[in-house]
Design a protein around this ligand. Structure first.
Ligand code: UTP
Length: 475
């Protein structure tokens, strides 16, 4: 018998090959390849720790306190410190020591869009896809600092080919193709509540991406860290594929990170309301940690300080800077060899599978568990982690859901508000409602301006300044 099948049987996972004899040779080969990817010891360990009777009852909250963060000047922060940080960040960009990193391996289930999320169209006039928005921001930043950027993009097995094809079809949106680096993240098998690996069909395992935290080991495994080292790149600017508002390259953020010799830095926004569903930046036992809203009791979420403000104020928006060698260290730990290890999280899900007779099962309620790594779990392992404040309006409006909160509609409006703010900051009267939403629909190309500074630089050069009207595209 095939030694791999034997290994699965010995590990009590023989069901993976229950229909093996029925499969065509090509299907058998595929199943064996998938099975070879599975770390049976890891699955056994996760079953013990996350599914077993001794599974932790919840997150340990002893000694938890709000994490300190660097305030923006308009909120009482040190303006000269921000100016200095910006200069440090700009110098690093001019020296080519920073690269961009987009995590785009998610399944995007909530949006329900058929295709890689980065191909989803988001801008108000040109309906540019997310990937184009980032490509143009990064091109513009590269030009501004005189050093074209490298861009790393993490995909999944499910969307890798479609993502690469999309870039090909669109001539990489003008990006130097030699500087765009795609790599796949790892996969994890889903298990039932007893820890048995589930099959999706008779010839395939129910595999899913290993979470955005899988990016650390995927960066190492794909050779991206070595490429960075060869190119003299020390810092990765990490952002999610669903957030077109993000400042993909933010010199002040980079400067704070470098000045503090931080290994992993993060941006925070003040929570909009006590129960907002974000991760909370906290400290515990001298370390910085992110506690998910679902793990922080409501009374803590609502706690106030002496001034009546929220005590746990700092919400995480999944924007980070990562030091290259820190990622390497974490990646070694993640594969279990030594030291630091990102913990897996358990998510109970409805997992399409087959029953013992091989019949398709479409469950109505969760029938199993997926295991995922979260990138923010690396923060406690980082030396000198820095958290800086940002304004939501400048950095965060994700497309998560098809409608309602964090949807294409809210994201479009937030882009319009940002464009209107940039115009107003340059003396243009723009009619808006009380929320800052302009009456007209228009769009600013990232190649014209991708943040307040770059917009102002381009705007100053326009003589005479154009009259912006409904449907205008400022490029
Ligand atoms: P989300 O947590 O929003 O998950 O990902 P998702 O899979 O995209 O969407 P839902 O939950 O199924 O609706 C946040 C970011 O992390 C990336 C996503 O692509 C997105 O940029 N991500 C998530 C990965 O790259 N890999 C993963 O395994 C999970």
């Amino acid at each position: 018998m095939n030694s791999l099948i034997e290994k699965f049987q010995q590990a009590g996972q023989g069901q993976v090959f229950a229909f093996f004899e029925e499969l065509a040779p090509e299907e058998q080969r595929r199943l064996l390849t998938e099975a070879a990817e599975i770390d049976l010891e890891e699955v056994a360990r996760l079953t013990r720790t996350l599914l077993g009777a001794s599974a932790a009852a919840g997150v340990e909250l002893t000694g938890l306190a709000p994490a300190p963060y660097i305030k923006r000047p308009e909120h009482g922060g040190d303006a000269s410190g921000w100016a200095r940080a910006k200069a440090v960040g700009e110098a690093a960009l001019r020296a080519g020591r920073v690269a961009a990193f987009t995590v785009a391996g998610g399944q995007g289930t909530r949006l329900g869009f058929d295709g890689p999320k980065g191909t989803f169209r988001v801008t108000p006039v040109k309906a540019k896809p997310l990937f184009q928005v980032f490509a143009e921001k990064l091109r513009a930043a590269g030009t501004r600092y005189g050093r074209p950027l490298h861009w790393f993009i993490m995909t999944s097995h499910a969307n890798h080919a479609a993502t690469e094809a999309f870039f090909e079809e669109n001539n990489h949106f003008g990006f130097d193709r030699g500087r765009v680096h795609f790599f796949r993240q790892g996969r994890m098998p889903a298990v039932d509540f007893a820890g048995k690996i589930l099959l999706e069909t008779k010839g395939s395992v129910a595999l899913s991406p290993d979470g955005h935290g899988g990016s650390l080991r995927a960066l190492a495994r794909s050779g991206s860290l070595d490429l960075m080292a060869r190119e003299g790149i020390e810092t990765l600017s990490y952002f999610q594929v669903d957030n077109p508002l993000v400042r993909c390259i933010d010199p002040a953020f980079i400067g704070w990170h470098l000045e503090h010799r931080s290994e992993m830095s993060s941006k925070m926004v003040t929570k909009a309301y006590a129960e907002e569903k974000v991760g909370h930046f906290c400290t515990q036992g001298g370390r910085t940690v992110v506690i998910e809203y679902s793990d922080l009791p409501l009374e803590r979420q609502r706690e106030t300080d002496a001034t009546g403000g929220l005590r746990y104020l700092a919400g995480s928006i999944a924007i980070h800077l990562l030091d290259r060698e820190f990622v390497r260290r974490m990646a070694v730990g993640a594969s279990g060899a030594e030291g630091a290890t990102l913990p897996f999280h358990r998510a109970d899900k409805k997992i399409p599978t087959i029953d013992a007779q091989g019949r398709t099962v479409k469950p109505e309620k969760p029938n199993g568990v997926k295991f995922e790594l979260f990138v923010f779990d690396a923060i406690p392992f980082a030396r000198n982690p820095v958290i800086i404040e940002t304004l939501r309006a400048d950095d965060f409006s994700p497309v998560k859901n098809a409608t309602g909160l964090d949807s294409p509609a809210t994201c479009r409006d937030d882009q319009l508000r940002q464009f209107a703010r940039w115009l107003r900051a340059n003396g243009v009267a723009v009619a808006t409602d009380a929320t800052g939403l302009p009456a007209m629909t228009f769009e600013v190309s990232p190649l014209f301006g991708y943040d307040g500074d770059s917009f102002a630089e381009s705007w100053r050069k326009l003589t005479p300044a154009p009259a912006i009207c409904d449907g205008h595209y400022l490029a």
